[in-house]
Every structure is written in C-alpha cells, then in structure tokens.
Design a protein around this ligand. Sequence first.
Ligand code: TYD
Ligand code: MG
Length: 469
Amino acid sequence: MAKNSTKSSKSPVFACKECGDTFGKWAGKCGSCGAWDSLVEFKEPPPQASASARGLSGVGIQGQSNAGLNGVIALKDIPEQTENRIPTGIAEFNRVLGGGIVPGSLVLIGGDPGIGKSTLLLQAATLLAAGGIKTLYISGEESLAQLKLRAARLETPGSDLLAAAETDLQEIFKLTESARPGVLIIDSIQTVYKPDVAASPGSVTQLREATLALMVHAKSTGCAIFLVGHVTKEGQLAGPRILEHMVDTVIYFEGERHHSYRILRAVKNRFGATHEIGVFEMGSTGLRQVHNPSEAFLQTRDDRAPGSMVTCCLEGSRPLLLEVQALVGRTNYSMPQRVSMGFDQKRLTLLLAILEKFAGLDIGPQDVFLNLAGGFRVDEPAIDLAVAAAVAGNHLGKTSRHATLALGEIGLNGELRPVPQMEARLREAARLGFKAAVIPETQKAPPHIPGLELLLAKRLRDALDHLFE
Ligand code: TYD
Ligand code: MG
C-alpha cells in the first residue's frame, strides 16, 4: 500500500490543498482530485544538519555537548546511548516500533479510514496508562463519549488514561504542560491546527506547521508522540509526503476491510528496522494479536484443491507461510482477464508468458484470477514459483504434491533463481508440518532441516514436474 517515492529533495514540490497529493510541477488543476487552482508550493523540511543544530535530531545524541573542535566530535568519542524504550503492552506493536516506544520520538500511523488506527492506539494507550506511563489521548475526530464507548467495547483497563477532545494545538500544549504525559496521541493530525497559521485544518500549511510544532515539543520534552494520519484512496498519506520526511517513524496499518487480518508495517524507522510487521485480527473486542500468522493464514486451506500452492514470504525478519490461489478458465471476452489480488498484476502477466513459453501451457486464451489468501499483499519475487505453480495446477486440474511448498524467483528464460534467507523460510515450513520444498537448484548451500525434503529444480519445468509428478 505504501509506496516510497524518491523525489529529489531539491526540486520544488506542489501539493493540492484539497486532497493533499503532491506533484513535481505546478498545474492549474490537481491531477488527482481535479480541483482547480488548488496547488501550492511548499518547501522541503529542514535538512538534518540544521535540524540537529536546533536540537531536533532525535534522541540519538541530544543533550550531548559537542566536545571537540568547532562543535564536531569524533564518532568514537560519542557516548553510547542506552536504549530506554517503553513497551506498549502489545508485543506485535513493539516489534514494529523496533522494540518499544522511544522517548521523544514522533511516530506517524497511517491507514485507510476504518482500518483500526484509533482502536490500536486506544488499546496501546490504555495498556500504557495501566502500566504507569502517563498517557494523554487527544481526540480530534470523536467526542469523549464516543471514546468512552470504544474503550468499553475494548474491555481494556482504561481508567488511568487521560483524554481530551481538542483540535487547537495551543490548547493541546497547555494540556500537556499541566499533565506532562510521557506519551501523547493525536488522533488525527489532519484535525489539529495552529491558530496563528492562517490556513484551514488539514491543509498542507497546517499539517506542516502543526507537525513541526509537535516535533519540537517531542524533542524538547522527551514526550513520545503518535500522530494518526489518514491515507487517500491512492494509498498515500493525505497531506503531502512532507509529513513522512519530518517524523522519525512511519507505520502503515493495512488490510482488506472485509478481511479480519490487519498488518502493521514500518516503512520508515529512525530507531529500528523497517519492513517489520505486526499481525492483528479485528474482533468484536478490538484488535487481537496474531502471534502465529502462518498457522492463521493456512487455517482454511484445502490442500486437495488444484490451484492452491503454499509459499513463504519474508516480512522484515519474519517468515510467513501463505497460500496462493489461482483460477484459470476459458474466457468469454475478446481480451482474457488477468485479475490479481495481493500480487503485482504486471508480474503475473510476465509469469503467464513464461508458463506459456517454457512449460508449454496454453494460457493465452484463458482468464486468470490470482489471490493471496487472507487479504495479504506481497511483492517479493521469491513467491514467483508458487504463483506459477498455482496457475499451472488449476489449469491442468492437478493437485500438487502433499505437504510441499514452492519457493523461487523465476527468470525470463524460465530458470529458477535463489531467494534470500532460505533457511528461515524452510524452518517456518517445517515448523508447520510441511514435508518437502521445491527450491532452486542454484540456491547456495541449501540448508538441511530435519523432516523437510528438498526437491531441487533448475528450471520452472523441473519444479512443476516435482510438484505435479
Ligand atoms: P477505527 O479504529 O475507528 O478505525 P480508524 O481509526 O483507522 O478510522 O476502527 C473502526 C472499525 O473497526 C469499525 O469498522 C468498527 C471496527 N471495530 C471492530 O470490529 N471491533 C472493535 O472492537 C472496534 C473498537 C472497532
Ligand atoms: Mg479513527
């Protein structure tokens, strides 16, 4: 969902006042929402150097007088920072944050409306408060009565959590001055405004100014701040990318609305690894952690169904078993349909061409539908082989080999290519009872895992022979 643009920091950026999308050049009409005369230029955030000079550089070496000449210091002389993280009480959330909340950090949590951002933060906030961390929840979107209702539904001990319904940032700072919270939650950044800035809440200017003020507040007081941010239908944070540049950590909350699984994913983290994920399930009493996602994702699988193939993707440091499902049938259209859910459509088209050419499958005139079960989304080429095998299996009407998973990237010549961290993936498969894995022959030093037979394949064809022998 989250795409990271690599826009040059030098070029001017124009943002639409209406929808918040950003563009590299000015135009009279917004290319996204079609609003006229809505693009305004905004400046890039201050570069790191000047930010650190003003004490905004994150908790890293804040407060250290720069011993040495002219404010510079040898790296070896910088005292090591002792990590002082606050655990949220939700292990899956801690994992994504890099081990817990860093005091003085500014964290942005983005996601579609209704995905569960407020629910997650309210659950975390009540647990923090119950654990003795003074936590203040600022609700700009819902009344306190609504917040109370939600808390009651969550059945979490929330009595110590401080809350206020406020959108004026000056008033919010007054509240923090008297309450002095260790953790502050702003739900959402689009609703708060600085009264001394002449722009409406949610506008680019307000977002930038409010976020900057909150950043200064976090760094100067050591209070960790969470900002909730909405995303547009294109999957970008409503409001310009500038928000992502300014904050320390950007986390997206993703999932299909009609599936219960929710994935929390760090796309930027100054205090930890990115691409770590946390898995949750939305239930009637809020979000439940899914500690064993592979098992959860495979629960409903019918391994006798032709067109079902299991593979293992890697999310951060975490291997996840997934079911790829394919449905292939004669088309009723002049242009056969290629529909892919959770996997890149262009890559599917490419794999179909490879199947046609190197496995001799007559797929051209067929409709092909592909789905990653559970509403999951993966863009790793390591699952290529499973995608191709699911399509081939359904097309041929053949069930794949029992308790076997498929792993491998497929090259344009139909050759199988090694995938990173094979061992971690295979261990996860063995842990869940898989008996064999088809993997690329080119995989260097294939790991030996007790109980898991390795079937090496050089080319796509060999892999399909192993799977459908
Ligand atoms: P919410 O946290 O309000 O989403 P966001 O802040 O991202 O807009 O989530 C609201 C959705 O979650 C809503 O559709 C109702 C559902 N929900 C549950 O299914 N169970 C619950 O216990 C709660 C609190 C919400
Ligand atoms: Mg909300």
